[in-house]
Design a protein around this ligand. Structure first.
Ligand SMILES: O=C(O)CCC(=O)C(=O)O
Ligand SMILES: [Fe+2]
Length: 231
């Protein structure tokens, strides 16, 4: 298959797309990736040594993932999201792309995302998901209750998509899950400086985790289901 339209802003207009402006702007869209691209995206997805999100590096990815990231960060896609969420000029902000292949139970604690983000988008690529709530994205009305869901949780299946405007109450998280969970995340940041800072920090985390991965897993194994973290 050619990689011309892996992600197409026109697909955000599907009739089953949900846009909510309260208590903070967010959108959930289904079927955002073509079925024919499953195999190729599966093959080209980066193979990280440890769990969590790491800064996108083209050298980790095959050509279809590189093409997908290019389309995900294109101005046309940002404009379409900005229009839906009421964010002016979203395409003007620098993008930070991070990718996750697997999680441990430490991840998913409730948070808003940091003030250095204008908006965050999540595109999931898992061919299947067990019949469980673990690891399913939840938008929440409170920072202290993982069950205070604003809408039904989103299974991180291939082609599922969520995006929100970062706000002081943009609470989100998921129940603890350990194992493979493929996600590409794009954040539109307030400045290039923030992008540099976050990229450096992310690379450092990757290096550190390749050494301390076992400790990271052990630390997370017993976290509270409604645990939160500051941003
Ligand atoms: O992977 C997800 O579903 C959410 C990730 C997230 O909220 C984050 O990395 O800030
Ligand atoms: Fe987040």
């Amino acid at each position: 298959m050619n990689t011309a339209a892996l992600l197409d802003p026109a697909r955000l207009d599907r009739s089953d797309t949900e846009v909510h402006l309260e208590p903070f702007p967010f959108m959930i869209a289904h079927g955002q990736l073509p079925d024919e691209a499953r195999e190729m995206l599966d093959r080209d997805f980066p193979r990280y040594a440890s769990a969590g999100f790491f800064p996108y590096d083209p050298a980790d990815c095959g050509p279809s993932i590189r093409a997908l990231v290019e389309q995900f960060t294109a101005p046309a896609f940002a404009r379409a999201i900005g229009r839906k969420l009421g964010i002016a000029d979203l395409e003007r902000y620098p993008t930070l792309v991070t990718i996750c292949r697997s999680l441990n139970k430490r991840h998913g604690t409730i948070h808003t995302d940091s003030r250095s983000k204008i908006a965050t988008a999540l595109l999931y690529l898992n061919p299947q998901w067990p019949d469980t709530s673990e690891g399913c994205l939840r938008f929440l009305s409170r920072i202290d209750d993982i069950d205070a869901m604003l809408v039904p949780e989103l299974k991180p299946l291939y082609g599922e998509f969520a995006v929100f405007k970062r706000c002081d109450n943009s609470f989100h998280g998921h129940l603890p899950y350990a194992g493979e969970r493929r996600v590409i995340q794009v954040a539109w940041l307030t400045s290039e400086d923030e992008k540099q800072r976050k990229t450096q920090r992310g690379r450092f985390a990757r290096a550190l985790k390749s050494v301390l991965g076992a400790l990271d897993r052990r630390f997370g194994a017993k976290r509270d289901r409604s645990a939160a973290h500051p941003d």
